[in-house]
Design a protein around this ligand. Sequence first.
Ligand code: NAP
Length: 253
Amino acid sequence: MRERFTGRVVLITGGAGGIGRALARAFAREGATVVLAGRDESALTEAVKEIRAEGGHADHVVADLTVPGDAAAMVAAVTGRHGGLHVAVNNAGILGATGPVTDVDDDDWRAVIDVNLTGVFLSMKHEIAHMRAHGGGAIVNVSSNIGVHGRLPGMAAYAASKAGVSVLTRTAAIDHIGEGVRINAVSPGASDTPMSLRPGESRADRDERLRAAIPAGRPSDPSEVAGAVVWLASDESAYLVGHDMVVDGGTTA
Ligand code: NAP
């Protein structure tokens, strides 16, 4: 097995969720010490237990990225406990309420922008501040193929927030590559996590709904998103800066 991240500390926001957990397991399998962040401490503890049972090094930090000060405290906790931060994956996100623009509740709009866009901005701000003062690092933001790449009806807040993440990634990338911080994004399409299920929908019904919409004929397994993120965070992609890699089975190709 390759161990591209031995001796490196990797922070994953939303680390107990569907894609986040696959990310954490993938980095841990490559030798990283992974730190999972999120709001739900019991889910984080369970995910950490799973990774340790597989022989990985894992820890968690409770952080709500919509609470002022939590992003800074999250980064301080990681660097304080583990002596550094080499890779950060800003993956936390919510779908939020869906519906046509006129029906979007103001608070629902703000909630989606707060987590998906401002949460990534605040996380990056503190991650970059640490990394540039300590020899550099790599950041991968998890955006979506709904945003700059494609749109779906009824998803204005989500699409706007993720388009923001894609553009913020490119801007931050050129701001900070000269300081040794390399920033890229991954934009997944539908992936096999609860986020891709409509309320009350079974996985089989979702797969049937998506079969015709995705040229590959199926949603991704979260490990397939993780594979792209791990590569973008690795030294193998050292010359990729501000890239936004679409991982969507051809949906927006
Ligand atoms: P998920 O299972 O719902 O995971 C989302 C994670 O975000 C959870 O671990 C959640 O943890 C965390 N989170 C939510 N609000 C937070 C907050 N205020 N502060 C800190 N953490 C918060 O969803 P997923 O499918 O794995 O999605 C992961 C990322 O991929 C998201 O950014 C999503 O937009 C993107 N994506 C997903 C798909 C898909 O089809 N699944 C497609 C394209 C893009 P807590 O609840 O513990 O806080």
